[in-house]
Design a binder for this molecule. Structure first.
Ligand SMILES: Nc1ncnc2c1ncn2[C@@H]1O[C@H](COP(=O)(O)OP(=O)(O)OP(=O)(O)O)[C@@H](O)[C@H]1O
Ligand SMILES: [Mg+2]
Length: 297
């Protein structure tokens, strides 16, 4: 196990579970990198420690490093890593100026996609015992993975066709680098990312609350992930209310019981977390919450 990720609908407890598991495992002696790719991250608040786009050691925790990959920082990092190459490819068949790099860097999806690349780099560098990835709310991230898969083959075909049409290929090959080779390189990175996510060393955890809409969305997410060859390791059913003896909540308790049974019928590995009577934030709250997550991965 080298990567654990938490996926689910908005507000179900992804960040809480990520931070708590990271805190717990780091307390047990692991060097853990906790990353959030949520564009509106709350990880700093949950940890009670300010974070930036580069991993920093989280004070008050044993072996914990964390980063919030904010959109602007990520766009700058993208320009540094891919800007020049993108310009090279584009200018080989389009009359573009250098400001094209800025234009592409701000295109929808680029920042999110590059976050996957950064995650992949940390994973490849193998500098931590474990990476824990707090994903943004639900299906947006899945759509992005699909994009990752399709984008480069599309790019490759488009460029190839264009170059053939223009009879440019030979001329460009005499130039600096073959743009098709560059695209092939990008594609192999995209493939590496998909391989990382579908490998046995990745444990993907779905998080849900025990309510109908969240149940339906969870089932859809599992299907979409599995269609991409990414298996779900476990499901966390979070914020369960059990009988409390008061009338007001008893209807809610019934709903929770019913949906929980449906989840149990659909998943082999289900972990139940009750609604806590404390706020699972900061060192104390997160380590207390870790009791629910022990031996989940
Ligand atoms: N079992 C629990 N008991 C009590 N409070 C909880 C529990 N799990 C999560 N919370 C609280 O619920 C709120 C939402 O949790 P969290 O931010 O972890 O969800 P999220 O899935 O990351 O949300 P988002 O999709 O907005 O990123 C937080 O205030 C958190 O403290
Ligand atoms: Mg969150």
């Amino acid at each position: 196990m080298r990567l654990v990720s938490f996926w689910g609908k908005g507000g179900v407890g992804k960040t809480t579970c990520s931070a708590s598991l990271a805190a717990g495992l780091s307390e047990e002696g692991m060097d853990v990198l906790l990353l959030t790719t949520d564009p509106t991250p709350t990880l700093s608040d949950v940890l009670g420690f300010p974070l930036g786009p580069e991993p920093s050691r989280v004070e008050g925790f044993r072996g914990l490093w964390a980063a919030e990959l904010s959109e602007n920082a990520v766009i700058e990092m993208w320009k540094e890593r891919f800007g020049e190459e993108v310009f090279e490819v584009a200018s080989s068949f389009l009359p573009v100026e250098r400001d094209f790099i800025d234009y592409v860097a701000r295109a929808p999806g680029i920042a999110d996609q590059f976050m996957l690349y950064l995650l992949y780099e940390y994973w490849s560098a193998d500098g931590y015992d474990l990476i824990i990835w707090d994903t943004p709310a639900s299906s947006g991230s899945i759509r992005l993975l699909r994009l990752e898969e399709e984008f480069y083959s599309h790019m490759n075909d488009a460029v190839r066709m264009y170059l053939r049409l223009k009879g440019f290929l030979e001329r460009i090959r005499r130039g600096k680098r073959d743009p098709l080779e560059l695209i092939e390189e990008w594609r192999s990175i995209a493939q590496g990312i998909m391989d990382m996510l579908s490998s046995d060393s990745h444990r993907l955890i779905l998080v849900s609350i025990p309510e109908r809409i969240s149940y339906l969305l969870t089932m859809r997410m599992r299907k979409e992930l599995e269609e991409m060859g990414i298996d779900v390791w476990a499901l966390v059913v979070n914020r369960l209310f059990r009988g409390c003896g008061c009338d007001k909540l008893s209807r809610m308790v019934e709903i929770h019981e019913r949906v929980l049974e449906e989840f149990k019928a659909s998943f082999d590995h289900v972990r139940v977390i009750e609604n806590a009577d404390y706020e699972p934030v900061g060192r104390e709250g997160l380590l207390r919450f870790y009791e629910f997550l022990r031996e989940l991965v």
